[in-house]
Design a protein around this ligand. Structure first.
Ligand SMILES: [Zn+2]
Length: 483
C-alpha cells in the first residue's frame, strides 16, 4: 500500500500525507509543521515523500501527535524523528505497544498543544486502546474558520474478547470506556471530520469529488461527525451481540449433573458428549490440604459419607461414592481434572469454594496453561480479589443474586470481567446494559428448560446448565434465529 493516496490539501492549512491504510495529517502552523500520526514503519517514507510533493520538508516537522499506540499510527515515528528531530506527543497508557521509541511529552486529557497559528485540544478518549487521544483544532480557509476534529481510535474489532485475550488479557471494560468516550466526543462541535483511518471520513472519495468539482469542499460537513459517532456505537453493540452468539458457552454445570454424579469424570465426560462447550466445577480443600472438586461444604447430599468435607482427609474422601440416578463415581482433584481436560477446546468456569484455595488454584491453572479458556468465579468478592492478586492474567467472574450500579463499579475496580447473575434476573434489557458496562454475562441457576431458553434468547454469553443436551438441542435449532 505504499503511496496509494495522492497527498493533498484538505482545507486551509490541513493536508493529507498518509496512505489509505494509515492516515497521516499535517498542519502548517506558520512556525513549523505538526504531524498527526506517523503510519507504519514501512510507510514513513510515504509521509516524507508526500510532504515533499506538497512543497514541504520533513525537517520542518516540529511536533508529531500520536492518536494511539497501535503500529499503524506509531511505528513510523523513529524514522520521522530521525529526519526531523520532532517532539513526539502521546498518552502514556499506550507505551506498551511502542517499538523503538518513547514519547517526549505525555498527553493528558484536556491538554492544549500550541504551535504558530494552531492550538490543538487533546481529549483522552480511551476504548480502542487505553491511551486514545482525540484532537480538535481550528483551520482557516480564506475568510472562514472551521472546527476540525479527529476521533483517535474508532475501531471496535480490537474490543473483541479474542483480540483482548491475545493482546495480554486486556479488560473487557474497555468497551464501557469506548462508549463513555463516544458520549464525550458528541459534546464537541466538528465541521471538518478528520479521519483516523481514511474509511472513517471517506478521505479518498472526497478527494476525488474535490478533483471533479473544485468549487465544493466535501470535507466541510456539520453532520458527519455525529453520524459517525452513532455508527461507532451501533458497530460496538453489533460486535458484542454477534460475539455472544458465536462464542456462546453451554457450561455443563458440575458436568451433566442432571443425569450423573456431579463433579465426577462420569458427569464431565457426559457433559461433553452432550455437546457442552464448557465445564463448570467447584474447588475446595480437604482436611489435609488437597484441592478437590466438590460443591457442598458437607457430604450428605451427593455421597454416602457424612460431615464436613474439610474435616476429611483426601484418603477418607476417596473411599466415598458420589451417586446420582444409580450411577457411581469418585471425587476428583483439581489437578486430575486439569490433566484430563486442560488441552481441550472448552471454556472453564472454576468456582472458588471456601477461603484459602486462591493461590494454589492459581498455580495449578497457570501450570496447565488455562489463562485464555477460564473464568475463575465466586460468590465471595474477597476470594476473587485474592485470586486476582495471585493471577492477574486470569479473567474472573462474580456470582451474585443482586446487581446495582455500585456493585458494577466495585467489580470494575477489582478487574472483574464477567457478571454471573441468577438466571431469573436476566432480561434482554439488562444483558444489553451489562454488556455496555463492559461485562461478559453468564447466568447460573437455570432451573428449567423455559429459563434456559429465556437466558439464551436474552443475548447472554453463556449459562451453566445441569442438562447440557437440552441446551445443545435448543442452540442448534435457534442458529440464525436468535432475535
Ligand atoms: Zn488501532
Amino acid at each position: 500500500m505504499l503511496g496509494d493516496m495522492i497527498p493533498f490539501r484538505i482545507i486551509g492549512n490541513l493536508y493529507f500525507v498518509g496512505t489509505y491504510g494509515a492516515s497521516s495529517h499535517m498542519i502548517d502552523t506558520g512556525k513549523g509543521l505538526i504531524l498527526i500520526d506517523a503510519g507504519y514503519e514501512e510507510t514513513a517514507d510515504v509521509v516524507i515523500e508526500s510532504l515533499e510533493t506538497l512543497g514541504y520538508d520533513v525537517k520542518d516537522v516540529k511536533y508529531i501527535l500520536i492518536s494511539h499506540g497501535h503500529d499503524d499510527h506509531s511505528d513510523g515515528v523513529p524514522k520521522l524523528v530521525a529526519r526531523s528531530g520532532a517532539k513526539v506527543f502521546m498518552h502514556e497508557a499506550d507505551n506498551r505497544y511502542l517499538k523503538g521509541f518513547l514519547p517526549d511529552v505525555y498527553l493528558k486529557d484536556g491538554d492544549t498543544v500550541r504551535l504558530g497559528n494552531t492550538e490543538i485540544l487533546c481529549l483522552h478518549t480511551p476504548g480502542h486502546t487505553a491511551g486514545v487521544m482525540s484532537f480538535f483544532f481550528n483551520v482557516t480557509d480564506g475568510e472562514s474558520t472551521y472546527r476540525a476534529g479527529m476521533f483517535g481510535g474508532a475501531g471496535v474489532n480490537q474490543l473483541k474478547k479474542a483480540y483482548l485475550d491475545k493482546k495480554g488479557m486486556l479488560p473487557l471494560s474497555w468497551r464501557a470506556d469506548y462508549l463513555a468516550s463516544l458520549e464525550r466526543l458528541r459534546g464537541e462541535r466538528v465541521e471538518v471530520f478528520v479521519g483516523n483511518h481514511s474509511w472513517n471520513n471517506r478521505t479518498r472519495e472526497k478527494f476525488e469529488q474535490m478533483q471533479a468539482d473544485p468549487t465544493v469542499n466535501p470535507f466541510i460537513n456539520r453532520d458527519e461527525w455525529g453520524i459517525f459517532l452513532d455508527k461507532c456505537e451501533a458497530k460496538l453493540e453489533n460486535m458484542i451481540e454477534t460475539e455472544s452468539r458465536e462464542t456462546f458457552v453451554n457450561y455443563a454445570h458440575r458436568g451433566a449433573s442432571e443425569y450423573m454424579p456431579e463433579n465426577t469424570f462420569l458427569s464431565f465426560y457426559n457433559g461433553i458428549a452432550m455437546g457442552a462447550n464448557g465445564i463448570e466445577t467447584d474447588v475446595r480443600r480437604t482436611a489435609d490440604g488437597k484441592l478437590i472438586l466438590f460443591h457442598d461444604s458437607t457430604l450428605e447430599r451427593v455421597t454416602d459419607g457424612q460431615g464436613r468435607v474439610d474435616e476429611h482427609t483426601y484418603a477418607e474422601l476417596m473411599s466415598l461414592n458420589v451417586e446420582k440416578n444409580g450411577f457411581y463415581d469418585k471425587i476428583v482433584t483439581l489437578e486430575e481434572f486439569l490433566q484430563r481436560f486442560a488441552f481441550r477446546e472448552l471454556t472453564f468456569a472454576i468456582e472458588l469454594k471456601g477461603a484459602g484455595v486462591e493461590e494454589e488454584t492459581a498455580e495449578l491453572l497457570r501450570k496447565y496453561g488455562m489463562e485464555k479458556k477460564t473464568f475463575v468465579t465466586s460468590f465471595n468478592l474477597e476470594y476473587i480479589r485474592k485470586f486476582k492478586e495471585y493471577a492477574p492474567e486470569f479473567r474472573v467472574g462474580y456470582l451474585t443474586k443482586e446487581i446495582d450500579g455500585e456493585l458494577l463499579s466495585e467489580l470494575r475496580a477489582l478487574g472483574v470481567d464477567e457478571l454471573c447473575p441468577k438466571a431469573s434476573e436476566i432480561t434482554p434489557e439488562k444483558v444489553r446494559a451489562w454488556h455496555r458496562a463492559g461485562f461478559n454475562v453468564r447466568a447460573w441457576g437455570v432451573d428449567s428448560e423455559e429459563t434456559m431458553r429465556r437466558v439464551y434468547d436474552s443475548g447472554a454469553n453463556g449459562m451453566t446448565v445441569n442438562f447440557p443436551d437440552k441446551l445443545t438441542e435448543y442452540i442448534k435449532n435457534a442458529v440464525g434465529g436468535r432475535e
